[in-house]
Design a binder for this molecule. Structure first.
Ligand SMILES: [Zn+2]
Length: 170
């Protein structure tokens, strides 16, 4: 397995466009998913979408368990049911150094494929629902801070750039 560098808001075009569906479920995809798990754990995140490592494909990995031992991947995911609404706060590995709130459903049901191409459904409430929506948004080129007004968004981006300067080379 290997770590893949995470890209930051406005630093890479893949982050801001609609990702392509995955059509080939092969060894290269399985390896990419493993690398995404490793990259997510290394960055101490609970989710990572392929556009965040510069790959505009509909792949995301998630692990919200405390022991960080229950990872799963969602490929070509679609939200097929949702309910409830709440403003939820989150950080994003592509906008480090900031937390922002966005309107989220408190329940979602998602249909996706695993790394072998098999279809499955997953239901999530609260944190898991939030995480699923956040990662699936990435596959549409949408980030948490895109829900903010342009004024608030600029403040968040300035915070991010400061954070990146501070942590550069670490
Ligand atoms: Zn994110």
């Amino acid at each position: 397995m290997s770590l893949i560098p995470i890209v930051y808001y406005s630093h890479h075009p893949a982050l801001h466009k609609v990702a392509e569906p995955v059509t080939e479920f092969n060894e290269a995809l399985a390896k990419l998913v493993q690398d995404m798990y490793e990259t997510m754990y290394h960055a101490d995140g609970c989710g990572l979408a392929a556009p965040q490592i510069g790959i505009a494909k509909r792949i995301a990995v998630i692990d919200i368990s405390e022991e960080k031992d229950k990872p799963f991947c969602i490929i070509n995911p679609e939200i097929i049911e949702r309910s409830g609404e709440k403003m939820m706060s989150a950080g994003c590995l592509s906008v480090p150094g900031t937390y922002t709130t966005a309107p989220r459903s408190t329940y979602v049901k998602v249909r996706a494929q695993d790394e072998t191409g098999k279809f499955f459904e997953i239901e999530g409430h609260d944190l898991l629902a939030h995480c699923l929506q956040h990662e699936i948004d990435h596959l549409y080129g949408k980030l948490n801070i895109d829900y903010l007004s342009s004024l608030k968004k600029n403040i968040s981006l300035k915070k991010m750039e400061k954070f990146l300067k501070r942590t550069k080379g670490k």
